[in-house]
Design a binder for this molecule. Structure first.
Ligand SMILES: Nc1ncnc2c1ncn2[C@@H]1O[C@H](COP(=O)(O)OP(=O)(O)O)[C@@H](O)[C@H]1O
Ligand SMILES: [Mg+2]
Length: 300
């Protein structure tokens, strides 16, 4: 089968394990179709990491198969989707533990919240979904925010040495300070971790449903970032990014009834997480969008 170019390109940049996975993917697709007695039913969708193949069952039922490398995140997705059980999020019909392939309810892959013109309307829908998702207590077996925060703080000294600009070093240190203040109260809710506009698709049983979780246990404040910088290029093009971040932050914290200073603190934790990854990738400057979000949070 023909794999989407965006997926092939992303795995060309990967290490050996990723390249082996993509090479074996056509075989895995055939095996999975046979396993669940399915036939392909439309053009495959894909992000950078996974292949999503629309399929039809012999009884005519429509679903998708999601293929992804068998990493911890893929296993966490199964744990989270089971706990949510379709409430506000795509339903997991079945999965193969060995390959972590998931058989999921079919949604409208061509219509996401990114296609809704009005930002307050789109963010209102996303906030309502996030409220429901993060109301669920995290089940056992997921990574916790205390762990993640502690591991991040360990990396800060070396990361600071990699940043060229002293102002950016100060900013990253403020993010780390915020995490230090919160690390003893990491929270215990089931977080989606990647709830941005593109990860909310139109559905039939509900107008909108989330997809693509990378679940962890933690404070809902740590879940806001992908919403705050959703469709960032468009936010920047509209000309007032700080205002948009503030507006989105107010809307989300109101809808989720969050303490604003804690939510700002955990959002600085996400700036830290994103920046540590960028630095690990060899970058020596912070991403401009991350700087804008960090400054907006510190001004709170
Ligand atoms: N349940 C679904 N029904 C229909 N299309 C889907 C479904 N899940 C994902 N897709 C399509 O596949 C794309 C990538 O899916 P996603 O789960 O977000 O993967 P990634 O981890 O690569 O971002 C989506 O943007 C959408 O177009
Ligand atoms: Mg996605």
């Amino acid at each position: 089968m023909l794999l989407p170019e965006v997926l092939l390109a992303s795995y060309r940049r990967e290490g050996e394990a990723g390249r082996a996975w993509i090479a074996a993917l056509p075989t895995l697709v055939e095996e999975s179709l046979a396993r669940w007695d399915l036939v392909p039913d439309g053009v495959p969708g894909s992000g950078e990491a996974s292949l999503v193949l629309p399929v039809r069952a012999t009884d005519g039922g429509r679903a998708v198969l999601k293929f992804q490398p068998p990493r911890d995140e893929s296993r966490a997705a199964v744990v989270g989707l089971r706990a949510w059980d379709g409430a506000g999020i795509v339903r997991l019909i079945d999965h193969d533990p060995a390959s972590t392939t998931m058989l999921l309810e079919r949604l409208d892959g061509s219509r996401s919240l990114a296609d809704v013109g009005d930002d307050d309307t789109a963010m209102g829908v996303l906030a309502e979904l996030m409220r429901g998702l993060t109301a669920v207590p995290a089940p056992a077996g997921l990574r916790g925010l205390a762990d993640i925060a502690t591991a991040m703080l360990d990396e800060v000294p070396a990361a600071l040495r990699s940043l060229a600009d002293p102002d950016e070093r100060r900013l990253l240190r403020s993010c780390a300070d915020a995490v230090t203040d919160l690390v003893d109260e990491p929270g215990d809710r089931l977080l989606h971790w990647d709830l941005h506009y593109g990860n909310v698709l139109a559905g039939e049983r509900e107008p909108w449903l989330a997809i693509d979780p990378e679940p962890l246990a933690g404070d809902p404040g740590f879940d806001l970032m992908p919403a705050l910088d959703s469709e960032w290029d468009a936010v920047v093009a509209a000309g007032a990014p700080t205002r948009t971040v503030d507006r989105r932050f107010d809307l989300l914290t109101d809808a989720l009834d969050l303490d604003r200073s804690r939510a700002a603190g955990w959002t600085l934790g996400r700036v830290l997480q994103n920046s540590l990854w960028d630095i690990e990738d060899g970058r020596t400057a912070l991403a401009p969008g991350q700087i804008i979000v960090a400054r907006a949070m510190l001004a709170r």
